[in-house]
Design a protein around this ligand. Structure first.
Ligand code: FAD
Length: 291
């Protein structure tokens, strides 16, 4: 199923998982998946290692999400380190494995390798997929602006190009202050971007994770969030529970404001995903179709 078809029916609730770094640990992801299955997400997306690492695992796991676990799947595909021929091969592989949804990404520049030159922006990949296959195409968006863009206005102009190239839906970068998301959405709609936008929520469960995430994506850390994290930084259980509670609080507010969907960055932690899913399940059941 094309995941973009879900939005007119419901508030979409999805998970993101990543393939383990070591092939030997692949079994752990299947253990996580058996637990996530019970939470009935609308789809699960599978990340793809930066600089082209891990493509085979992404396709394999995304394929298993669908065929073994009966959950709709999305394969991430960053293009900066791929040639057109390699993308064509991946598209064939995805088709063969019954995967209908691609998160089309540029990817980050690695300090260890020069990018290939076939695709410069995610919008190039979106146009290429449109031309060469029949997939539901998802794009990334940035409520606080992409760090390389010269401000949010420029980033939204580039996002419009990506949507016009054939993007069917968007998933946002993580954020901890919902006001950034609402302001972004207003600007995106005013710029003529009308595809569904899912809010990306990352439950923060340890201090290292916050530092890494904030450095990577530049998300602002609100005072309320910092206070809780500082108070519990030496108590792993309390820190985890505070992170879960913070994410639930964000999601409740987003659903109350009529968000198109929530995409939970699970970090392969099924305990955290279960706590959050359980807390918001009844809010998600409200059917958007009024009879
Ligand atoms: P783009 O849409 O190409 O944007 C990147 C930058 O270029 C922005 O500053 C934009 O304003 C600018 N830009 C875009 N188009 C143009 C244009 N035509 N002219 C000039 N400037 C332009 N990375 C991975 O490696 N693997 C993953 O699995 C992965 N999953 C992700 C999932 C989500 C939901 C998100 C939000 C990010 C994910 N990333 C992943 C990270 C992503 O690859 C990086 O954020 C990357 O830096 C940007 O990718 P993009 O697809 O948004 O790029």
């Amino acid at each position: 199923m094309r995941t973009s078809e879900l939005f007119h029916r419901k508030t979409v609730f999805s998970f993101e998982i990543f393939p383990p770094k070591k092939t030997a640990s692949v079994a752990t992801v299947y253990h996580t998946l058996s637990e996530l299955r019970g939470l009935s997400p609308d789809f699960i997306s599978v990340t793809y290692g930066a600089a082209g690492r891990g493509s085979n695992l992404t396709v394999k796991i995304a394929s298993d999400v669908k065929s073994r676990y009966g959950i709709e799947s999305v394969a991430h595909l960053p293009c900066l380190y791929l040639t057109k021929a390699e993308v064509l091969e991946t598209l064939r592989d995805l088709k063969k494995n019954g995967i209908e949804n691609i998160l089309a990404l540029r990817g980050d520049v690695s300090p260890d390798a020069a990018p290939k030159t076939d695709f410069r922006h995610a919008s190039d990949l979106v146009a290429f997929i449109r031309e060469h296959g029949s997939f539901n195409i998802i794009g990334a968006c940035y409520p606080e602006g992409h760090p390389e863009a010269g401000g949010i206005a420029e980033d939204i102009r580039n996002l419009k190009t990506k949507v016009d190239a054939g993007t069917d839906q968007l998933i946002s970068q993580l954020f901890f202050d919902n006001d950034f998301f609402y302001a972004f959405l207003e600007r995106a709609r005013a710029a003529g971007i009308h595809v569904p936008v899912q809010a990306g929520i990352m439950p923060v469960t340890n201090k290292k994770q916050i530092e890494r995430m904030a450095a990577l994506c530049g998300a602002a850390l609100p005072k309320k969030f910092r206070r809780a994290m500082e108070k519990y930084e030496n108590d792993p259980t309390a820190m985890r529970d505070a992170g879960i509670a913070y994410a639930i609080d964000q999601i409740v507010d987003l659903i109350a404001r009529g968000v198109d969907g929530i995409h939970l960055y699970t970090m392969n932690n099924s305990y955290v995903a279960a706590k959050i899913s359980g807390a918001v399940a009844s809010l998600l059941q409200t059917d958007k179709i009024t009879a």
